[in-house]
Design a binder for this molecule. Structure first.
Ligand SMILES: *Cc1c(COP(=O)(O)O)cnc(C)c1O
Length: 365
């Protein structure tokens, strides 16, 4: 049996007719940019997250850098960010010429808050938290520190649609929540898409203006903006998927639960979930000292596995100018050598899961 790391058409076929009807509606409407579908999706997504406002954007990276820019963060400013996040999170900071200050992750792969105050300087403007792999970050201490030092809290929710800390949805906890709807994300569209959510009406309006060349009224430009619009087709398809997001999340939880209960191999360390945090299992990430051997073994059994991520941002060639070297963030560096993502996707069959579990359990190193 062949198992790919992710199989995206399964969730399309689950609700095929709804998606196809919707596409035809949009095609026949004659309205393709900033019409009713985007407006309605923004309302529905804000309501799902529990924020007052949502603004649709072209992708998740735009959600990050535009938010950071419109918060006034610029050259000379510092933003705390975890050292094992996806590089897009860090680019959201550096695209504004601001400086990322890396914070090591805890055992849940999220920001370790234990020494967080020691990283704050007079230049610190914000904390950017990534709810990595789909698990909500424990936010109490981070919120307290943001309050105490008057820092803006930005959430990178590209992997955490629907996950909660203390029963509150990620994205609605900070000042602004940044989402990606890239096809493989838990709420993925059929192309590129993104959004921000916030409770600040003025900020939402600023983002709305900025995404459309700095203009709300056609050909009247208040500011110099950019082009970062969510299109009608993607918004329409997202509205269909959003109706099913709870069942899709539940299915992921059930698949993850099977792995947590049934994978029993002393060579494989299973992921852990923090207290008061929920996990929506965007990625099921195990750890092992024998990663290369295990990957080869899986691959021989036709199971695809992926590494999220093999090189932490501070050691990426792209960031050599930051001047970091091996050993500067040992927790992230060790994770980069040990983490492995095994297949978990909506529409995964019982037979596929049985085979995956059995194969992992038979690994002898
Ligand atoms: C996917 C992702 C992004 C970027 O989203 P795009 O839509 O691909 O631009 C940002 N941060 C994290 C953590 C991601 O996983």
């Amino acid at each position: 049996m062949k198992i790919n790391a992710n199989v995206l058409d399964r969730q399309y076929f689950m609700h095929q007719k709804e998606y196809e009807d919707k596409v035809l509606d949009v095609l026949r409407s004659g309205y393709y940019i900033l019409g009713n579908e985007v407006k309605e999706f923004e309302k529905e997504f804000a309501s799902y997250i529990g924020s007052k406002y949502c603004v649709g954007l072209a992708n998740g990276l735009d959600a990050l850098w535009i938010s950071i820019k419109l918060l006034g963060i610029k050259e000379g400013d510092e933003v705390l960010v975890q050292s094992n996040t996806y590089i897009a999170t860090v680019m959201g900071i550096t695209m504004n010429n601001a400086t990322p200050i890396f914070i090591e992750p805890n055992e849940f792969h999220n920001m370790d808050d234990s020494n967080i105050e020691s990283y704050i300087t007079p230049n610190t403007k914000a904390i950017l938290v990534t709810h990595l792999y789909g698990q909500a970050t424990k936010m109490d201490k981070i919120l307290e520190v943001c309050e105490k030092y008057n820092l803006k809290l930005i959430e990178d929710c590209a992997q955490s649609h629907g996950s909660m800390y203390n029963k509150q949805m990620t994205g609605s906890i900070g000042y602004v929540g940044c989402f990606s709807f890239y096809p493989s994300k838990n709420l993925g569209c059929f192309g590129d898409g993104g959004a921000i959510v916030t409770n600040d009406e003025q900020f939402a309006e600023k983002v709305k203006t900025y995404r459309n060349y700095g203009s709300q009224k056609r050909y009247y430009n208040e500011t110099i903006g950019t082009n970062s619009r969510l299109d009608e087709l993607q918004a329409a398809l997202l509205r269909v998927k959003l109706k099913h997001i709870n069942e899709l999340t539940q299915e992921r939880e059930q698949l993850a639960q099977r792995l947590l209960n049934e994978v029993k191999n002393p060579l494989i360390e299973l992921p852990k979930v923090d207290q008061d945090c929920t996990h929506v299992w965007h990625l099921f990430v195990i750890q092992t000292d024998l990663r290369e051997t295990f990957m080869d073994y899986l691959s021989k059994h036709e199971i695809q596995s992926l590494i999220h991520y093999p090189i932490p941002p501070h050691l990426q060639e792209a960031y050599s100018d930051l001047g970091y070297k091996v050993g500067d963030f040992p927790v992230s560096e060790r994770l980069a050598e040990r983490v492995l993502t095994i297949p978990l996707y909506n529409g995964m069959t019982k037979e596929e899961m049985d085979y995956l579990i059995q194969t992992i359990n038979q690994f002898k190193g």
